[in-house]
Design a protein around this ligand. Structure first.
Ligand SMILES: [Zn+2]
Length: 399
């Protein structure tokens, strides 16, 4: 593995860019700016500050770097340098020995780099910089590097703070925050909602005097547990290596009760993550509300007993799998790597919808593999895949 691309990645993984670590967040952004200035002196670099939505009220830096190749077309390469938190130390068994490591101390084991952010998404940050450097003398398009904050937290200070600027310049967007071998022509939409059940507070010794919202919530959630099995399948003509993508409804948070064990509380709530593949975000919200209000009424709960509050909605995005942007990228990726690639819709979501909504053709690609353990313990990056990602991007920028 070429040390030129490995060293900066390891440096970057060592910054703990989680939302509460203001110092490392800041240092990582400064490191990236210096890296771009050193590797691509031709780039004009701009730091755009956004106000962080989560954690301490503070500014976060988004980095834009533009390389003018005198072409009429500009491609934006989008990545993010924040990560989800990770706890250590973790143990990895290598042969007969056990290696202990901290997720923020990047560690090379075999053909992989272990560490939080190695795959998601610091490999993309470094890959986009070096691909631009390697293609510099043969660029067929102008390049806009977009290295954002707050992707993992979905905050307003990240990509949203630079979206207008990027949209103004970019004719197409590659979000490098995806799977290797999969060119994502679309992504699921995500609705987050709070489902709340109201009852009456009272003594647990006399439950018959209360309407216990916790019991009611459990019965309500029980009716939607099977939703994933019977979930609607997409009408969209999608192909994916994950088979056809269904809507997915998942209960991700639960909270009920007060401090005391002997008190029936006044309300109870659940957090819902609903992934959908319709192109109409409002329809997804309506569907989610119908599911819960319908279930509530079948249980004899009234509209006053239950509320469904939409917390957020990231729309899905989609361009046809035979869009020239997709087919061209696929052709180059397959030629350069010798590996078969598929076109499909992502189950997760990422910052791509922001550009897709503005009508800019957007695809997702990246260096993650199914065993990269992203958002989980022992996140890792396959170095051969990292190299291939750089090659694919370099070649795309040239042609
Ligand atoms: Zn990511």
């Amino acid at each position: 593995m070429n040390d030129e691309v490995l060293k900066p990645l390891m440096d970057l993984v060592a910054f703990k860019t989680v939302r509460y670590n203001v110092e490392d967040y800041e240092r990582a952004a400064d490191y990236i700016v210096k890296l771009i200035e050193r590797e691509i002196p031709e780039a004009s670099v701009e730091v755009v500050e956004g106000i962080a939505t989560y954690g301490k009220k503070r500014k976060v830096k988004n980095i834009l770097a533009y390389v003018d190749a005198g072409a009429d077309k500009t491609v934006a390469l989008v990545s993010h340098y924040d990560v989800v938190d990770a706890k250590g130390p973790r143990r990895i068994k290598v042969g007969d020995s056990v290696i202990e490591f901290d997720p923020f101390k990047p560690t090379l084991i075999g053909d992989r780099l272990y560490g939080r952010g190695a795959a998601d998404d610091k490999s993309a940050v470094v890959a986009s910089i070096f691909a631009t450097k390697y293609a510099l003398n043969e660029l067929s398009k102008n390049v806009l590097l977009v290295i954002a904050a707050e992707e993992e937290t979905g905050g307003e200070g990240g990509i949203k703070a630079v979206a207008d600027k990027v949209a103004e310049l970019a004719d197409e967007v590659i979000v490098i925050d995806g799977m290797y071998g999969v060119i994502a022509n679309g992504a699921s939409g995500v609705v987050h909602a709070k489902v709340k059940v109201y009852g009456t507070q009272g003594h647990a010794g006399m439950p018959f005097l209360c309407r216990n919202p916790t019991h009611a919530l459990i019965r309500l959630l029980n009716t939607v547990l099977n939703y994933n099995i019977f979930g609607a399948y997409s009408e969209l003509p999608v192909r994916s290596h994950f088979k056809t993508i269904a809507d997915r409804l998942t209960i991700t948070r639960l909270s009920a009760g007060l401090e005391s064990y002997n008190v029936i509380s006044r309300d109870a709530e659940a957090g819902i993550d609903f992934r959908y593949v319709t192109e109409e975000p409002e329809a997804a919200e309506d569907m989610l509300k119908r599911i819960f209000y319908g279930a509530a009424s079948s249980l004899g709960l009234s509209m006053e007993d239950v509320s469904v509050e939409i917390i957020g909605n990231h729309p899905s995005r989609y361009i046809p799998p035979n869009h020239p942007f997709i087919t061209r990228f696929k052709e180059i990726a397959e030629e350069v790597t010798g590996d078969k690639h598929v076109v499909g819709v992502e189950r997760g979501g990422n910052d791509g919808f922001i550009f897709a909504r503005r009508g800019i053709p957007t695809l997702t690609y990246g260096a993650m593999t199914e065993d990269s353990n992203i958002h989980a313990p022992l996140e890792n990056l396959r170095l051969d895949v990292y190299e291939k990602l750089i090659k694919v991007l370099t070649e795309y920028l040239k042609r």
